[in-house]
Design a protein around this ligand. Sequence first.
Ligand code: TSJ
Length: 661
Amino acid sequence: MAGYDSKDLIVLEGLDAVRMRPGMYIGTTGTKGLHHLLWEIIDNAIDEIANGFGNKVVVTLHKDGTASVLDNGRGIPVSPHPKLKVSGVEVVFTQLHAGGKFGDNNYKYSGGLHGVGASVTNALSRYLEVTVYKDGKKYFARFESIEKNGKIHSGVPVVKLKEMGNTTLKGTYVRFLPDDRVFKDIKFDYDTVYERLKETAFLNKGVHIDLIDERTNKHETLCYEGGIRDYVSSLTMDRKPLFVPPIYIENEIEDTYVSLALQYVDNYTENIFSYVNNIPTPEGGTHEVGFKTALTKVLNDFAKKHTKEGGKDKKDKEIAFIGDDFREGLVAVLSIKMKNVQFEGQTKTKLGNVEARARVESVCTQGLTEFFSIKKNENIGNIIIEKARNAARVRQATKRAKDLARSKNSIESSMLIGKLANCASKNPDINEIFIVEGDSAGGTAKQGRDRYFQAILPLRGKPLNSEKKRIDQVLANEEIRTIIGAIGTGIGEDFKLDNLKYNKIIILSDADQDGMHIRCILLTFFFRYMRPLITNGNIYVGMPPLYKVSTKDKEWYCYTDEELSQITSKLKNYSLQRYKGLGEMSAKQLWDTTMDPANRSMIRVTLEDAVMADKEISMWMGDDVGPRKDYINKNANFNKIDTFKKNDENDKNDENEGKEN
Ligand code: TSJ
């Protein structure tokens, strides 16, 4: 232990502090902390490469429990430090650098997870060895954490840096054994290291990173010429990108390097992965704000310009986009490099530097504007605007529906006036509302009803567009919003059964395909947004008759084909009327057959019915064409009320709603 003098002791005390409170430097002494030792070393090697010196890093997990990192950079300086009078290598491994304050040296951007440096790895290792290949010479040094008089001295230079002969190589090799007196478990995990290196390789384009596990003979070579472009592509690979390849921007401004890659996928979530000096910033920060501002601005400009010129969609002028609209389905990686970074937030993973915002915004605005000004990229712009327009519509419709559901006296709202024929009674327990397909049938029902307790809400024409892909868009439908207003409970999280205005909600639609479709949509809507109404048994499907059989002195209504043949088989002279729709019935007939509680038969909708309707709707409206095609083929001549018929027969025995009270 030659050369272990008082001057060094000061330094050594620093490293002992690390061992005393490892948590302060590496977070934990668990697996995460263990791997942190390796990240510090890797980050230093990557820094060298990122600064333009060398192009390769090899990480090896050895059988003896050590890990090593090799780069082909310039080699850590070996000359004596002017003040400390020890080699540069010794400074690197024995000097504790207070987090982030390592700014004004040769490192352009100080890396390392918290910038604590390689000395922390040394302090928490059994031993650490360094080999430097530089200026034709090979150098070696070794550090150990030694126990002496019951006290552990951390990271002591036991072999001072020495020349070991000639070499043609360049670079730095560091190998260390984590100290089992600090860590419970000192086994490095291949997958953890692999994932970290993959991310690093994405963030440092063109850098070759090898991972070798000598314990298992597993190995991997990572190198992405596209950098974060490849990162984004890998993220969107399984998620239907709306265009390829990702948009890419890269520029430097005021000593801040900004790179951005982005793509859109066919879903509704926002995925921005941001980094500062290769450190992830999951809490975001000023750089993300700058990017978002730029994206919103550029896309808004694009939308304005291209709707005016093209004039394809006049409605566009009505839609005011907000930033969120441009981030549905966005997958972006933003990586910046700058000096003197300040982290904030709960987990210190949010960039706080105010200057970063304008710089990132400037680079992104310029880059994106340029991208979209190129003629062949116009189509990509249109795809994004189309997606944003969709997002904006859903947002507005959802808001309208929610507002309506929240507003206290929504029944008085203008939309309902003239549509809803409300009942006189204010007692929800006895009140019923018929949701009737079509204005004409609605009119008949209004005439035929018992206006004391029966309300009628006609649905106009063909209310819902089956082209709509998302159920959220069902909320854009005025009819649906009217229903929400009439029922009174609100929807989704705001649902309150206590505010239900009608104990029975009865869907009355024609027994044809359109009728079934409307019924499906309504059930799906109730299932998704007012589910307690279904589980509570408030939703019914009305059963108008399909036929009327008349003889000279009697009339029968038939609700199924079986009933019809049963009755007509015993008759000789009869006339048959087939009801094609509710509108063909008189007010009295409708009352007698379908609305009069004493005679009517209705189906109480069960959760299973609703699930079925929901599935059916998903099939019709989903993105996946496969199942829809199958369904159409299988049911080319399907009976329109299949879904309900089965239940009809069951229910008729035990219930029966028609014979209630
Ligand atoms: F973390 C570490 F220190 F242990 C470590 C550092 C580990 C590994 C594997 C590599 C490195 C490292 C450091 N590789 N390359 C460098 N480069 C320098 O330290 C260096 C070289 C030359 C000059 C110069 O100004 O000439 C400056 C520096 C900082």
